[in-house]
Design a protein around this ligand. Structure first.
Ligand SMILES: Cc1cc2nc3c(=O)[nH]c(=O)nc-3n(C[C@H](O)[C@H](O)[C@H](O)COP(=O)(O)O)c2cc1C
Length: 280
């Protein structure tokens, strides 16, 4: 059974984010959900990494290591994610780069009393999770008017009910499909060089190119992937996947579309379905 740790952004006992999480986790799936409560975590302070590391940090990191994936449901506080949730993510982000979130699949959703469903917090959360090297399911679930839609813990919006049913099925598939070893993920300490419209390269400590994606700008916001290559000494270590993932993050950030003109890139999109919707 695949286990999913649930982080809820609100500490309120009557939280609507919790109601959404309870509803979502009760939908039909083969996933087992367990809440990972982070409310007792001391605020992150790097001084306590070497000595007197709080037991709560250690226990929480172990709990996250023990699950296959994470799901985060949060409300928006002041145009971002709540401080407690950010603290929990900060605690999990250390030690770097072999931290506890790297490569873990995650589904993020937001809700709010207003119409926009906490979309700003949603975007911030996606950005943080991607920065941490998590495998973020590529979807936007932002539930507006949460207090009326989930007024007694039930979902009163039939359209949303249909969408969430599909989302949980997609999430289950996403976890299995992306069950690649964490090493296949981007190490954020790697060095890169980027020449827009020409090349993205991963560099070693001497500045030599380890892997490159050769690109060409086409009309509009379209980039063609001409070739993905890895220097001989670095083959067989997942470098081509690494550089492609880095490239797709750039594409995502620039709101571009891509054409795959080489065999490897075509294969990459088969094995990384989260990026398929960027393909023309
Ligand atoms: C301190 C604070 C800041 C808030 N900031 C926002 C905000 O920026 N955007 C928004 O849509 N709602 C905001 N809200 C409203 C919450 O999203 C709303 O009350 C939500 O339902 C609370 O979530 P919960 O029921 O899970 O605790 C804020 C609420 C509080 C208490």
């Amino acid at each position: 059974m695949t286990s999913v740790g649930v982080l809820i952004g609100s500490l309120s006992k009557d939280s609507y984010s919790r109601k959404v999480a309870n509803y979502f986790t009760s939908l039909p799936s083969n996933l087992t959900f367990v809440e990972l409560n982070y409310s007792i975590l001391p605020l992150y302070n790097p001084d306590f990494e070497r000595t007197n590391t709080p037991m709560e940090w250690q226990a929480f990191r172990k709990a996250v290591d023990s699950v296959d994936a994470l799901m985060i449901v949060t409300q928006e506080y002041n145009y971002s994610i709540p401080g407690g949730l950010k603290n929990a993510l900060d605690v999990l982000s250390v030690p770097s780069p072999n931290q506890h979130l790297m490569g873990k699949p995650v589904l993020a959703m937001t809700d709010s009393a207003g119409e926009k469903g906490g979309i700003i917090a949603n975007a911030h959360l996606h950005q943080i999770l991607r920065y941490l090297g998590m495998r973020v399911m590529n979807c936007t679930i932002a539930i507006g008017n949460v207090q009326s839609v989930f007024k007694d813990g039930q979902n009163h919006d039939p359209h949303l009910a249909q969408q969430l049913k599909q989302d949980i099925r997609d999430f289950e598939r996403f976890i299995t499909e992306t069950n690649l070893p964490a090493e296949a993920c981007i190490d954020l300490h790697d060095h890169f060089s980027y020449q827009p419209g020409k090349e993205l390269a991963l560099l070693n400590d001497n500045g030599d190119k380890i892997a490159t994606v050769a690109i060409k700008s086409l009309n509009g916001n379209v980039v063609s992937i001409e070739e993905v290559s890895v220097s001989e000494n670095y083959r067989g270590q997942g470098m081509a996947n690494k550089i492609m993932t880095m490239f797709m993050w750039l594409v995502e950030g620039a709101d571009c579309q891509v054409e795959a003109h080489c065999q490897f890139a075509k294969h990459y999109f088969e094995t990384h379905p989260q990026f398929k919707n960027f393909l023309l």
